[in-house]
Ligand binder design. Structure first.
Ligand code: N2P
Length: 416
């Protein structure tokens, strides 16, 4: 939908001169936080409003210092969490268990589709789930989540107000969703291997060519191409690549995207949503993956003594922004414990740990001052203003659109 894309850019341009930006500078003139606020997060956050911006402004409390987790209730001391793999700092669950005496059962899912199937079936057994924006608006609307009790979330004010306003489009009034982290789906490469495989052929202007254009994939198949394994991860960038709305619900558009994908199908070696080790270990040299996971792979390769350069690229036509949020299921057995965990997660140090250790930007504004300079300065984690302007904002699918898209994806994957 051209209107949305235009809105994103217009809003961004507007935000560059917005008094709000200047206000932040004058409030925190000497803080390192302002560097991040002005240069990376704030422009992005304001930009994000454009997409999701048709909703009305919601009040979010001013940031407060981190508060201790509220005293638990008579609820049994158990909490069941369902989250993405490789998405939580080491030791965070243990620290929460130690402080509260609540035993956490932590399971993982690999795709939004898998989580959604569980939510649709009901009785998930999970108290907290972490859906992404491709599904969360529809899940909120379907009544899968219970409203948050803000009185139990003393650290709620640590959240970035601009991001919360943007998320308000997915979750009117911010009643159900609390941001876990955000990032973007993009092209990741092992530059060392890719340059070797391409030989004399120069790197393309648009990084998406590396994974969607036969001239490139036919060469890169020798060092391994991997795609995330999900319709809602692959079809939006494919739609965007062929010039359609990334969040189109039109089956004809899905068919066109699947036709394009069909031309490179034979060159794709791996379909996986847990590709960090494949990238770090040299099994895949060009991927459609998540920004943070590609950065984690880069760090892991280094730790393993590899000299290969692994990078998350910033395609000239933009990556696909996503927000993942915590929500408490409607039939959660441990809602008080769930609130206690969410409040623990909302502490500034928790948000900082997610960015520092998992390479995903946090929506926790109070955390920004604790983020390591090499993380805040990495433009593939905290994207800069120019990149933010190019990114494809999250969109909504209808159920019918999602189904048509899933069919197109399955046909492509089967090679039909
Ligand atoms: C998994 C990160 C999930 C990001 N490591 C996409 N929702």
């Amino acid at each position: 939908m051209p209107g949305r894309q235009l809105g994103w850019i217009d809003f961004y341009n507007f935000s560059l001169n917005a008094p709000l930006v200047l206000d932040f500078s004058s409030i925190h003139p000497f803080s390192s936080e302002i560097f991040i606020m002005n240069k990376f997060v704030l422009p992005f956050a304001l930009t994000a409003l454009a997409l999701l911006a048709c909703g009305k402004k919601e009040e979010v409390a001013a940031p407060a210092a981190s508060a201790p987790v509220a005293a638990a209730t008579s609820e049994e001391k158990v909490l069941n969490i369902y989250n993405w793999p490789d998405y939580i700092p080491e030791g965070m669950i243990a620290a929460f268990e130690k402080e509260t005496g609540i035993k956490v059962n932590y399971d993982t899912f690999e795709t939004n589709e898998a989580l959604n199937a569980k939510l649709v079936a009901g009785n998930t057994g999970y108290d907290i789930v972490v859906p992404g924006t491709a599904f969360s608006p529809a899940q909120v609307e379907a009544g899968f989540f219970q409203p948050l009790d803000r009185a139990k979330l003393k650290n709620y004010g640590n959240l970035d107000e601009a991001i919360m306003q943007a998320l308000g489009k997915a979750d009117p009034g911010n009643k159900h969703l609390v941001p876990w982290a955000w990032g973007f789906t993009t092209v990741g490469i092992n530059r060392t291997k890719v340059e070797k495989a391409l030989g004399k052929m120069p790197m393309p202007e648009n990084a998406w060519d590396l994974v969607f254009k036969p001239e490139y994939t036919s060469k890169l198949k020798s060092c391994g191409i991997a795609y995330l394994d999900s319709p809602t991860e692959i079809m939006p960038p494919a739609l965007h690549y062929i010039g359609k709305d990334a969040y189109s619900n039109d089956p004809a558009d899905h068919k066109a995207a699947a036709d394009m994908l069909g031309k490179v199908r034979k060159d794709i070696r791996i379909f996986s949503s847990t590709m960090i080790d494949d990238v770090a270990g040299g099994k895949a040299c060009a991927v459609v993956g998540w920004s943070g996971d590609i950065n984690i792979a880069a760090g892991r390769a280094k730790d393993n003594g590899s000299k290969d350069v692994i990078e998350a690229l910033l395609p000239s036509t933009g990556g696909m922004i996503f927000f993942d949020s915590m929500a408490i299921t409607k039939d959660a057995k441990h809602p008080a414990n769930a609130h206690a965990f969410i409040d623990f997660y909302l502490r500034a140090e928790s948000g900082a740990a997610v960015s520092n250790e998992m390479s995903y930007p946090t929506a926790n504004k109070a955390a920004l001052a604790q983020i390591k300079p090499e993380v805040s300065g990495n433009k593939t984690i905290f994207i800069d203003a120019a990149t933010a302007a190019k990114m494809v904002p999250p969109g909504k699918f209808t159920n019918e659109g999602r189904e048509a898209m899933a069919n197109a994806y399955t046909a492509f994957k089967k090679g039909k």
